[in-house]
Design a protein around this ligand. Structure first.
Ligand code: 2RA
Length: 329
């Protein structure tokens, strides 16, 4: 099994390496791949030093699996070239997510849809993954009619330059501006580019990807995506209307039993999910579970996850693990 990590020098790339190491992911050979600009750099994995190679060389190596986290443009250009030589590409960018010929996969929800001949598999957007994972067991039990979500997203979702902007502002240094405004001590209701309908691309990703992952176009989703000056993970206030009524204790039990979810919901003791605690964890944390008293069959919840983990690296590695476990590699 030859594994390539494409975009190995980026924020998500290094998180992928951490997750592979923590999960003890089995491979015989590891290729660390990046743009020609980064080729030649050295990266350590499990105490061994690897030299970063360029994309052309990596295609020639015909890896069995390539986990891509190198941006949409790179993915659009290179994923088909890897697929052509037989590599299964697991892609973190938005390039293939809404392509009807590609699967958009959260393994716990729709891993079963994967087939041996899938060559490019899309990893959903970070803010979508954590929300659908927490909603999946509730959808199964009560059916989802409508979701209203507001996000509070970490600067790590933008990348290293955004972290640098925030830290420079915090330290009173001159910052290279990644965002249109100061991010430290501020809140930007603006993630990714604005669309003609007034929503941002991030908001539309949450709307469209949720329907695709659940395979249900009838689910109504509306979103407001907001960038906040934190680093540990994304938080989301979710208001979900079910088709059927629910029991709050049962909701808690269903979520507690779901692999990959940790319920932190004990308001009497100030226990609720926070990005500081979710940082570097693979799980999705859920709390503030309470009935929306203004509308029937409706629940309020607070969902937090490390966007670089379950929102990106962990989900991608789990797709690779699923392929291995089901003998698709
Ligand atoms: C963000 N959705 O947080 C992105 C990262 N994939 O901006």
């Amino acid at each position: 099994m030859k594994l390539a990590v494409v975009g190995a020098t980026g924020l998500v790339g290094s998180e992928i390496l951490e997750v592979l190491e923590e999960h003890n992911f089995p491979f015989d050979e590891l290729l660390l791949v990046a743009s020609e600009r980064s080729a030649g750099k050295k990266i350590a994995y499990k105490g061994k030093e690897y030299t970063v190679i360029g994309l052309k060389q990596a295609v020639a190596e015909k890896p069995d699996v390539a986990i891509f986290s190198a941006g949409g443009g790179t993915s659009q250009e290179w994923a088909p070239q890897f697929a052509e030589v037989g590599t299964i590409v697991i892609d973190n960018s938005s390039a293939w997510r809404m392509d009807p010929t590609k699967k958009l996969v959260v393994p716990e929800i729709n891993g079963k849809s994967l087939r041996i001949d899938d060559r490019i598999i899309a990893n959903p957007n970070c803010s979508t993954i954590q929300m659908v994972l927490a909603l999946a067991p509730l959808r199964e039990k009560y059916g989802i009619k409508r979701i209203v979500v507001s996000t509070y997203q970490s600067v790590t979702g933008t990348g290293k330059d955004a972290v640098d902007q925030m830290m420079a502002e915090r330290n009173g240094e001159k910052a290279d501006m990644v965002y249109p405004y100061k991010i430290d001590l501020n809140v930007l209701p603006h993630i990714d580019v604005f669309q003609e309908n007034g929503y941002t691309k991030e908001e539309m990703k949450m709307i469209n990807e949720t329907k695709k992952i659940f395979g249900d176009d009838s689910i109504q989703v509306t979103a407001t995506a907001v960038r906040i000056p934190v680093m540990g993970g994304h938080s989301e206030a979710v208001n979900v209307e079910f088709h059927n009524d629910f029991d709050l204790a049962e909701v808690k039990e269903l979520l507690t039993k779901t692999p990959g979810i940790i319920v932190e919901d004990d308001p009497a003791n100030n226990i609720y999910p926070m990005p500081l605690n979710a940082h570097k964890k693979d799980e999705v944390f859920v709390g503030r579970l309470r009935r929306d008293e203004t509308q029937a069959n409706t629940l309020n919840m607070w969902i937090v996850a490390d966007n670089l983990r379950k929102g990106a690296a962990t989900n991608a590695v789990q797709i690779a693990e699923y392929l291995l476990e089901h003998s698709m590699v």
